[in-house]
Write a protein that binds this ligand. Structure first.
Ligand code: PMP
Length: 358
């Protein structure tokens, strides 16, 4: 038959995730680390990768890397779950805690994947929008969970794309106010140095997400992990793809994790450049820049979409949120190398000075 019946009605209106990753000389759109894995680590990687048997299935739970991450966090291995990027684990969360008749509390504007996963899994989404300055409307979130019907909540801290941390005090109030599973997405933890890890043992409903994609320069490899109570982790084992973390990724992850101290200098430079970029952006007339604890900055200016086009014409790709709900006229720029940041600043200044942001 040259005809196919329609896909599930759940998919109606869903737009595939599009990172708008257009090749450019200066790639500042995806919050990647501007530097690749250090040379000495790459050498060790090629030595280790040669030994990986490719004809055998990998360890389903990546137990070697799992044990290393657990130990570094002062936990037993059953508190850790590796995934094919944080993205896979976010999907597993929607599968395990969402679904028909279940409800997810979202705090937009935030990482759009959370709401998309809810829709694919027929999970109802309740939104408590952030305030105009992108701070969380804490009272509204606490009041909403008090109604008792929320099954899971995700708070990105720092939040993507706005950059701010959620306060520890608020997160603790939230954990105490509900038995919903609360995911604190710490994808940018290494740039903020703030974590809810100390509260894990005391809060069965706390789950933390981390990734190798940002600070550890492994966006191309796809590795992320949950830290959570074994009772919670066990539920994810029921929905996850058994071999989602392949043998090569497990090996790369172990080598990089063991050598993670070598990434600190690069992280420190990104944090210093973030401060420099923030100050420089503040001085550009008509540009509003929001404080950030991550490796990117959100900015707002008139004609932001035209600014995005102008930057791209000048070889600089940033992320255009100008047409997204709650992010009108906003662009997000990842912190690059000093030279990349200078190119971005020069092009943006030219756009503004040329009167094109009026
Ligand atoms: N959470 C947040 C807040 C992110 O920004 C990202 C990456 N864009 C992820 C999770 C997922 O990252 P990855 O799949 O690369 O681990």
């Amino acid at each position: 038959m040259n005809k196919v019946r329609s896909a599930s009605a759940r998919l109606a209106g869903l737009v595939p995730y599009d990172p708008k990753y257009i090749p450019a000389e200066v790639m500042l759109s995806a919050n990647e680390n501007p530097s690749d894995v250090p040379e000495s680590v790459r050498l060790e990687l090629s030595r280790q990768l040669k030994k990986v048997p490719l004809n055998r299935y990998p360890d389903p739970l990546a137990n070697g890397l799992r044990a290393e991450i657990a130990e570094a966090n002062g936990l037993d291995a059953d508190w850790v779950l590796l995934g094919n990027g944080g993205d896979e684990l976010l999907f597993d969360l929607a599968l395990a805690w969402g679904g028909e008749g279940r409800t997810f509390l979202d705090v937009p504007p935030t990482f759009s994947v959370y709401a998309a996963n809810a829709q694919v899994t027929s999970t109802r989404v309740v939104e408590v929008a952030r305030r105009a300055d992108f701070s969380i409307d804490e009272e509204a979130v606490l009041a909403r969970v008090a109604e008792g019907d929320i099954d899971y909540v995700i708070v990105a801290s720092p939040n993507n794309p706005t950059g701010q941390l959620a306060s520890e005090e608020f997160l603790l109030k939230l954990l105490n106010a509900t038995d919903a599973l609360v995911l604190v997405d710490e994808a940018y933890f290494e740039f903020s140095h703030r974590t809810m890890r100390p509260y894990l043992e005391a809060h069965e409903n706390l789950l933390i997400l981390r990734t190798f994609s940002k600070a550890f320069s492994l966006a191309g490899v796809r590795l992320g992990y949950f830290l959570g109570h074994p009772k919670v982790i066990r539920e994810f084992l029921k929905v996850r793809q058994p071999y989602s973390v392949d043998a090569l990724s497990q090996t790369v992850g172990s080598v990089v994790y063991r050598n993670r101290a070598l990434f600190q200098e690069g992280i420190d430079l990104i944090v210093a450049e973030r401060a420099r970029l923030f100050e420089a952006l503040r001085l550009i007339p008509g540009v509003e820049v929001f404080p950030s604890d991550a490796n990117y900055l959100l900015l707002r200016l008139a004609n932001a979409h035209e600014a995005w086009e102008y930057l791209l014409e000048n070889g600089v790709l940033v992320r255009d949120f100008s047409r997204s709900t709650l992010l009108a006229n906003c662009l997000r720029v990842s912190v690059g190398t000093p030279e990349q940041n200078d190119r971005f600043l020069a092009a943006l200044r030219k756009f503004v000075m040329g009167g094109r942001s009026q």
